[in-house]
Design a protein around this ligand. Structure first.
Ligand code: PLP
Length: 366
């Protein structure tokens, strides 16, 4: 079976460096908020070309803590996309703010400007931009949009490690960049992890307090915080894995290029490649087809695993039936949810695997 992710097949050198990282932390006797976290915060902030990184428990908490560090909460509206991981919207709800869902552009599945404009209100405090599938698109335009509307730009970078727009890394453009290091992300831990990055010293200090019970000085609690800390073990593992991230990203891009060049099917359309100055780090490689479920079954029968990102747009989720949204509805998000399919696109795929996937798609006879 060609899997969506295949951690068992990772390079032996990487496995050895991870084993060494585990041993180092075990021997250090320091497990929470120590030198490994501080070192990885520094290194990841440097890769993001920003001044500060604050390691947190996961990507969802990075967004919630970021919103709260910006002073966004009850009574405030945050505009985001209906086509994203549920965690994006859950983080807004957890901060006490009100999510407002905008529609997507069909070509990229990224936020549609006109729809976002329809979602603006006097209560709008932020736009939470999701770099879905690993795409960094229109960042300069969104930055200008947010500044002219006097709202904060927050970037959900959970799928876009190392993506850049017009030379700038994602996460460095908004007031806050929120990262997830969930195992399947382009940079993943061996468990949960996340980070918030920012240029702003005060936001970083506030976030560092919020992740640690709202504590300022030990046993002094200035506000109601969370317990959401990146731990030493995960930080050490992430440092080991970070040294492979450039190579892994290049391999994802090679796989995606091969798919785009050689998938030829009347009913299966690969989503567009990024055009400069946008980049795409291919957290996922997504095709659309009117026969999605049949294609998924066909590929399964041919030994190719696929997933759907995402089968249910946010506003159709049972937990949140009444979310505010674009008054004209969210038809593009609904159409995308019904037609998208993610093919295996990870750094462990070899050339023969890529052939199998391409041949299997091209042989689809609905
Ligand atoms: C994975 C993901 C998250 C949540 O990250 P966790 O670390 O699982 O909390 C948020 N947003 C997007 C777009 C994601 O893909």
């Amino acid at each position: 079976m060609i899997l969506m992710n295949d951690f068992k097949a990772e390079p032996p050198e990487l496995k050895a460096s991870m084993a060494a990282a585990v041993a180092r932390v075990a021997d250090s006797g320091h497990f929470v908020l120590g030198p490994e976290v501080a070192g990885f915060e520094r290194d990841w902030a440097a890769r993001c070309e920003v001044a500060h990184g604050v390691g947190v428990g996961n990507g969802m908490d990075a967004i919630e803590i970021g919103l709260r560090a910006l002073g966004i909460g009850p009574g405030d509206e945050v505009i985001t996309t209906a086509m994203t991981a549920f965690a994006t919207v859950l983080a807004i709800l957890r901060s006490g703010a009100t999510p407002v869902l905008a529609d997507i552009r069909p070509e990229t599945a990224l936020l549609d400007r006109r729809s976002v404009e329809r979602c603006l209100s006097p209560r709008t405090r932020a736009l939470l931009l999701v770099h879905l599938y690993g795409q960094a698109d229109d960042l300069d335009a969104w930055e200008a949009f947010c500044s002219s509307n006097r709202i904060a730009l927050i970037e959900d970078c959970a799928q876009a490690h190392l993506a850049r727009f017009n030379g700038r890394p994602v996460g460095s453009v908004g007031a806050i960049g929120a990262w997830s290091f969930y195992p399947t992300k382009n940079l993943g831990a061996l468990g949960d992890g996340g980070m918030l990055v920012t240029q702003d010293h005060d936001i970083a200090r506030k976030a560092a307090s919020l992740r640690n019970y709202g504590q300022t000085v030990r046993y002094h609690h200035a506000e109601i915080g969370l317990n959401s800390r990146l731990d030493e073990m995960q930080a050490a593992l992430l440092s080991a894995r970070l040294t492979w991230l450039d190579r892994f990203t290049a391999r994802r891009q090679t796989v995606a290029d091969a798919y785009r060049a050689r998938i030829r099917h009347a009913l299966v359309t690969p989503m567009a490649a990024a055009t400069a100055p946008a980049t795409h780090v291919h957290h996922l490689f997504v095709v659309t087809t009117p026969r999605r479920d049949a294609l998924q079954q066909h590929l399964q029968d041919r030994g190719v695993q696929t997933h759907i990102h995402y089968p249910i747009p946010i506003h159709r989720q049972a937990a949140v039936p009444d979310l505010q949204r674009d008054p004209q509805g969210l038809p593009a998000a609904e159409a995308h949810a019904a037609s998208c399919l993610s093919l295996p696109c990870h750094p462990g795929l070899n050339d023969a695997d890529v052939e199998v996937v391409i041949d299997a798609v091209n042989a689809f006879a609905p």
